[in-house]
Design a binder for this molecule. Structure first.
Ligand code: ZN
Length: 1012
């Protein structure tokens, strides 16, 4: 949920008569009871459970059982599962099953949370949806069919595609730009069929409903009563519900004296809304944040009100009924209306008023955003590593139940943080702490699991592995094990911090490995070791690190080379020369980076293959924003509200070049003013010199930049601006959730143009001209914008405080004093080169190899060769999106599963380790690249070679719950004709393990292997 400060606007709008004629025929209002339950925001999950969330399910289940006409929709599965597993009695569980059978309690969406759409990665969206759907299907045999995305701050075009792939029949959103919502309301265009992916277009299109201006809350301002509208149960109280059941702000009960007034208010509102839609069916959400914790008061008042209206339906022209979301969409679908279609454009960014652009949260709490992505990447690695450990036969005595528990804990934590008040950074500090604790504890468990697999020792918890020191390593030596979770061979640099200045690095066969050592910038007594690692797909390799006497000549040992440092004195910003520059080159096989000695700033980059030089300079700027409501609009954790252009945030720069044989690092330190000792900003740019004989395609073609940002001064928003001579015409491209790109031309608004031209970058962004493209890849979400031709700026950090009571009351002011260290990879080159590299480089950054170092604590890993695993290598346009053992215990045959549930086999008895979940994703759009955009045919048996002989392959819907051959999504008529393809999946090839995957397809399989 977000601030309620747009309510006055709604009240104003309420008074306006909407244009457009009322639809023909009597109006049917579908009153959909719901409670919006944020999985963390102001209060933690546990606090919310205690204060209201558990009571929602306890009281709703009881009240639905008391009235056959009553309905309720349940959304966030995390709360429902906590109630189901920890609170519900057997009798309540029995009632839930009956209500579900009768269709009166309906699960919509079905994810653990209602994920944010702007700053989440689609892998994580799928994860959190799968986590909830797996539980619902296993427990109830239920597959949600409708989405309820009522609160995310703007809508991504990835969502309709994913929801279509999950088998949904209709999609529902609410928060889109206020101008757009007004216009669509007036034109009766809040409903349409959305073709979210340009490549999948009609095959995965989905009917989409945008909620009208009242959004998901019941109108709360009615002229009589105590103005709290239709909320008879009042407002939830923290930390405990009031003992007497009397809550603040409870509305006047419905009585014979006021029932006509209530009926008039409800009917007037229904009629007003009906005018905004093309059919006489009106969705009337009954609820808001934290409602229905006392469902008996709610229904006891609404029941007579609905009866009262229905008894006068002919006169009023309106009938009302309780409904689930499914009831509404079924009735709408039955009308057979022909709908407009919408293409793949998203609804970002989102503004609620002229000076309320919700583009700040793209960057808010950057540290949490980074942690969430690292946790997700670690989970991805842990899943495939465990799967490969278990198949074709468990490779050691590890307890699979313990292992699944570790994975499960992290699945839950990564799902939770996708919530729209979590990864968005819009929560209170204590709720941020909760997410971070859950993530950290889950990560610890999965790292333990991975170390156990490597050590192949007894299970943790049942005693530690006996330390078996390897005589070869010596007492001070280290082992490091590196796992590559991608299904391609990866050549990359692994970086460790060690305690001695001279080492030699060898692989498991004792062969020397290229390595480089240098002084640590952070710890004076420590050293940074770079190792060039080449690791086949889904495999791990061990390296031994042995101290040497130093990199002295005459020793026989192949020692790590030592980098040397060149220092450049402090240069002042105001003294920057405008004449001929004295340039220092840093060169690898792909780029020449030129640095200006007179300013210590970057000057230009030459891409060596195309031999084109692009002028390029980078600096840090800050937006100085307002926190005093009396002075005008404010920036907060949601909103970015700059008054003026950004100003340089530094007065002086120092530079060092640490030149090595393997890696050269350019360090630029930016000082806030001339006299300060500590820098606020830094850029560490790294170029790799890939030795002959090693794959250089990806590694050579990137300039890795790590930043040091902070701590910031109050009410500052920090950006890194890269200015080039690319004639980009101020058009930027940025991604939706790492899945697809959106074109973002600069749009001139009458006000707040800077903020409204900010967009989310989850994984990649670029700008280009006729001959070159500058591509940025990121490992966490940021806000990004082009505020000038050839310019791109990335917002890296925000520190804010304001005096808005609402923000202060909930501790939502974002006074973030942290230092953050985000990473970007820069790729520069002709369109053809960057297109070929973008997807794989993005994944290489997202899924950097997992380095197990401290976890091994000097213990020798299993002996070379004993864990020999076949490498997995997919074609370059195909990504192994997941390989895991989910553990769900249900029959893949739906009829059989439902029969088992009816017989009382409730699953959960024991995790099923035989079902392997495999998902493949074609990385390219139609027409994006002449070669890589082609459909690709693979033999699944070969893809998962090493897991044993394949017994069966079943193609499933996105979250695994449907056999795709039985999935028939609803077809919605469009102006371009009925979509024949959308009721089934395209290009199925059910026979045999050879499948063809088309551009942008995401295909999910259950694979069963023969145990050996
Ligand atoms: Zn919310």
């Amino acid at each position: 949920m977000g601030p309620l400060r747009w309510l006055p606007l709604l009240v104003r709008l309420l008074l306006l008569r909407p244009p457009g004629a009322r639809p023909e025929g009597p109006i049917r209002a579908f009153v959909v009871p719901h409670s919006h339950m944020d999985v963390g925001w102001v209060y933690t999950v546990q606090e919310s459970m205690r204060a209201y969330a558990a009571n929602v399910y306890t009281s709703v289940v009881e009240e639905l059982s008391r009235g056959q006409q009553r309905r309720f929709i349940a959304v966030e599965q995390e709360f429902f599962r906590l109630w189901w597993d920890g609170v519900a009695s057997d009798q309540q569980k029995h009632q839930v099953r009956r209500l579900l059978d009768e269709g009166r309690l309906e699960f919509v969406l079905g994810g653990q949370v209602m994920h944010d759409e702007a700053v989440t990665h689609f892998d994580d969206q799928i994860l959190q949806l799968t986590e909830g759907h797996g539980f619902l299907y296993e427990t109830f045999g239920i597959r949600p069919q409708f989405s309820w995305h009522v609160d995310p701050f703007g809508a991504s075009a990835t969502t309709p595609t994913l929801f279509a792939l999950a088998g949904f029949n209709a999609h529902l959103i609410s928060r889109i730009d206020y101008n757009l919502k007004e216009a669509r309301q007036a034109a009766q265009e809040l409903q349409f069929v959305w073709q979210g992916s340009p490549s999948l277009s009609v095959q995965q299109q989905i009917f989409t409903h945008i909620m009208d201006q009242y959004s998901y809350c019941t109108p709360s301002h009615i002229p009589f009563s105590n103005r709290s509208g239709f909320y008879w149960n009042g407002v939830a109280v923290f930390p405990e519900p009031p003992a007497d059941g009397v809550y603040p702000n409870m509305s006047e009960p419905v009585t014979p004296a006021n029932i006509d007034l209530y009926a008039e208010a409800l009917v007037a509102n229904v009629k007003q809304r009906a005018a905004w839609f093309r059919t006489p069916h009106v969705l009337w959400p009954w609820g808001c944040d934290k409602q229905f914790f006392n469902a008996s008061v709610q229904f006891a008042n609404m029941d007579p009100l609905l009866d009262h209206i229905n008894s006068r339906a002919a006169k009023l022209g309106v009938s009302v009924q309780y409904a689930t979301l499914g009831d509404y969409f079924r009735a709408l679908h039955a009308l057979n209306v022909t709908w407009r279609t919408r293409d793949h454009h998203d609804f970002l960014p989102y503004s609620t008023e002229p000076f309320q652009a919700w583009t700040g949260f793209y960057t808010s709490r950057s540290a949490l955003k980074g942690l969430a992505r690292r946790a997700s990447a670690l989970l991805y690695a842990g899943e495939s590593m465990f799967t490969r450990y278990m198949w074709p036969a468990p490779r050691g005595p590890l307890d699979p139940a313990w292992a699944l528990q570790q994975l499960q804990q992290l699945r839950w934590a990564v799902s939770e943080v996708q919530h729209h008040d979590a990864i968005t950074g819009t929560e209170s500090p204590k709720v941020r702490d909760m997410y971070e604790e859950h993530l950290a504890s889950g990560m610890l468990g999965v790292r333990k699991l991975m170390a156990s697999i490597v050590l192949d020792g007894p299970q943790p918890g049942a005693g530690r592995a006996a330390p078996a020191a390897d005589p070869g390593a010596g007492p001070a030596g280290h082992f490091v094990t590196v796992y590559n979770p991608l299904a391609w061979t990866v050549t990359t640099i692994i970086t460790l911090t060690i305690g001695f200045p001279g080492v030699s690095v060898t692989d498991e066969l004792g062969h020397p490995v290229p390595a480089q050592i240098q002084n640590s910038t952070e710890t004076p007594s420590a050293y940074v070791l770079h190792i060039l690692a080449t690791i086949p797909g889904l495999s791990y390799r061990h390296y031994g690190i042995r101290p040497t006497a130093g990199a002295q000549e005459g020793t026989q040992e192949p020692a790590a080379t030592v980098a040397s440092t060149l220092r450049f004195g402090r240069r002042l910003r105001r003294h920057a020369s405008h004449g001929a520059s004295r340039l220092v080159p840093v060169v690898n096989d792909c780029y020449t980076v030129l640095l200006d000695q007179d300013t210590n700033l970057m000057h230009s980059i030459r891409e060596r293959q195309s031999n084109r030089t692009v002028r390029m300079t980078q600096e840090f700027l800050e937006y100085h924003v307002n926190g005093d409501l009396k002075q005008g609009p404010i920036s907060d954790n949601y909103m970015f509200t700059p008054k003026d252009a950004a100003a340089p945030a530094w007065e002086a720069v120092e530079m060092e070049i640490v030149a090595g044989k393997l890696v050269t690092e350019i360090r630029q330190y930016f000082y806030r003013n001339v006299t300060t000792r500590d820098y606020t900003y830094a850029i560490y740019s790294r170029l790799t010199h890939v030795p002959q004989g090693h794959d250089r395609e990806l590694l050579c073609h990137r300039i890795e930049q790590q930043y040091h940002v902070g701590p910031l001064e109050l009410n500052r928003e920090a950006v890194l601006r890269t200015s080039t001579d690319l004639n980009s015409r101020q058009v930027l491209y940025s991604d939706n959730n790492g899945y697809q790109m959106q074109r973002r031309p600069y749009l001139a608004y009458s006000n707040n143009s800077i903020a409204r031209n900010y967009y989310p970058m989850v994984q990649s962004a670029f700008m280009e001209d006729g001959s070159s493209r500058l591509l940025l890849l990121s490992e966490r979400a940021h806000g990004i914008s082009s505020q000038g031709n050839g310019q791109v700026e990335v917002m890296l950090h925000r520190r804010l405080w304001n005096n808005f009571d609402w923000d202060l009351g909930y501790n939502l002011t974002l006074n973030d004093t942290s230092v953050v260290h985000p990473v970007l990879w820069l790729l520069l080159g002709p369109w053809s080169v960057t297109t070929a590299l973008r997807q794989r480089s993005g994944l290489a950054l997202q899924h950097r190899p997992v380095v197990l170092f401290g976890e091994l604590a000097g213990t020798a890993p299993n002996r070379p060769g004993s864990q020999k695993q076949e490498a997995v290598t997919l074609p370059p346009n195909l990504h192994l999106q997941i390989l895991s053992i989910p553990g769900w215990n249900y029959s893949s045959n739906h009829t059989e599963h439902v029969q088992n549930l009816q017989k009382g086999h409730r699953g959960k008895a024991q995790a099923d380790l035989h079902r392997v979940l495999l998902r493949l994703h074609h990385l390219y759009e139609v027409g994006e690249d002449p070669v890589l955009s082609q459909p690709v045919t693979v033999d699944l048996e070969a893809v998962v070679c090493g897991l044993g002989p394949m017994v069966a392959v079943e193609e499933r819907s996105l979250t695994g719950t449907w056999d795709v051959s039985t999935l028939r999504r609803w077809s919605w008529a469009t102006e371009t004709g009925h979509c024949r393809g959308c009721s089934t999946f395209p290009s199925r090839s059910p026979e045999g393990p050879t499948i063809t995957i088309h551009p942008k397809e995401i295909r999910t399989f259950f694979v069963h292997f023969r145990q050996q």
